[in-house]
Write a protein that binds this ligand. Structure first.
Ligand SMILES: Cc1ncc(C[n+]2csc(CCOP(=O)(O)OP(=O)(O)O)c2C)c(N)n1
Length: 327
């Protein structure tokens, strides 16, 4: 199922939003794990989903809500720790949630999204809807126990889940080749009797095509698919983190930045399709959106101390009383 003209432009808009959102974060210096370089994989996957489909994400967390179509201002405010943030400033970069857009959560726990996405798939199946659930995770997460436990259950019960690996080649500094008995991650699907597909994560349309097939398979009740999108993280493991060892070469980084940049590659393709005027309009619009989001975030108030107990399931220790007079 190919993207039509409007969807192609929307895909470009979302990829550019991720890129400029994170460049703004770099400029303003908060801590966080950046998705720059992963935009083709994230947006290609999200463009295959409906608003009511579920997504779980990871510590590399800003691209998923933007790819799924969440509002930009409250996302920026959340990362700035402000009360107008998408989680009222209490979640921060690694815990973005937007249930209106089906975004169950980002998880700071590597491998933490597998059971949650699987549970969301089970919920859709039990309720008899045709919703799908898509689980983003990194290559490092495939060595967590939750990977095998969740995929096996989804395979046995034919749950409508798409397990989507953003394989950027490294878990912090450890290359896939040094940490995986089977470094061809898509082949792990064989062990669960489900399809395993490898795709070029820098090619947004290729990612969309394979994810759309997997989502349709999920909606038809045929069970889960494992997709491995080969991508690359352009920046360090997280913003402002200095790693004192050379675990990847400058030549490799330059190759991806200069020749495998998913945003630049897709821009060139859309220009070949005669869409330059639309592209330029989107670029101006996205710049404005991001500038407005930064202003909104900066001018928003900090959370109050009293917000701490507003969002608890229970408060058995009387925390509000214990903290009285401390704000
Ligand atoms: C259970 C758990 N173990 C360790 C960590 C520390 N940690 C944070 S990110 C990360 C690497 C994850 O690598 P990968 O899954 O490939 O994702 P990437 O960072 O490459 O996007 C580790 C080990 C953690 N957050 N959770």
């Amino acid at each position: 199922m190919a993207l039509d003209r409007e969807q192609q432009l929307e895909a470009f808009r979302r990829m550019l939003r991720i890129r400029l959102f994170e460049e703004a974060l770099i400029a303003h210096n908060p801590v966080g794990h950046l998705s720059i370089g992963h935009e083709g994989a994230i947006v290609g996957a999200c463009m295959a989903l409906r608003d009511d489909d579920y997504v779980t994400g990871t510590h590399r967390s800003h691209g998923h809500p933007i790819g799924k179509g969440a509002e930009i201002g409250p996302l920026m405010a959340e990362i700035f720790g402000k009360r107008t943030g998408i989680c009222k400033g209490l979640g921060g970069s690694m815990h973005l949630t937007d249930t209106k857009m089906g975004l169950i959560c980002e998880s700071a726990i590597v491998g933490g999204g597998f059971p949650l996405a699987t549970g969301a798939g089970l919920s859709a199946q039990v309720r008899g809807t045709d919703q799908a659930s898509l689980c983003f995770f990194g290559d490092g997460a495939t060595n967590q126990g939750t990977f095998g436990e969740s995929i096996n259950m989804a395979a046995v019960w034919k749950l409508p889940v798409v397990y989507f690996c953003e394989n950027n080649g490294y878990a912090v500094t450890t290359p896939v080749s040094m940490s995986h008995g089977q470094p061809d991650i898509a082949r792990r699907a064989d062990g669960f009797g489900i399809p395993g597909i490898t795709v070029d994560g820098q090619d947004v349309e290729a990612v969309h095509a394979v994810t759309a097939d997997a989502v349709m398979r999920a909606r038809r009740g045929e069970g889960p698919t494992l997709i491995e999108a080969r991508t690359y993280r352009f920046d360090e493991h997280s913003n402002r983190l200095a790693i004192p060892i050379e675990y990847r070469s400058q030549e490799e980084i330059d190759h991806y930045r200069n020749e495998r940049d998913p945003v630049a590659l897709y821009r060139a393709i859309l220009i070949q399709r005669d869409l330059l005027a639309d592209i330029e309009a989107i670029e101006a619009e996205v710049r404005e959106t991001i500038d407005a989001a930064v202003t909104f975030a900066k001018e928003s108030p900090e959370p109050e101390t009293s917000d701490l107990w507003d969002n608890m399931y229970a408060n058995p220790i009387g925390l509000d009383r214990a903290m009285e007079g401390q704000s």
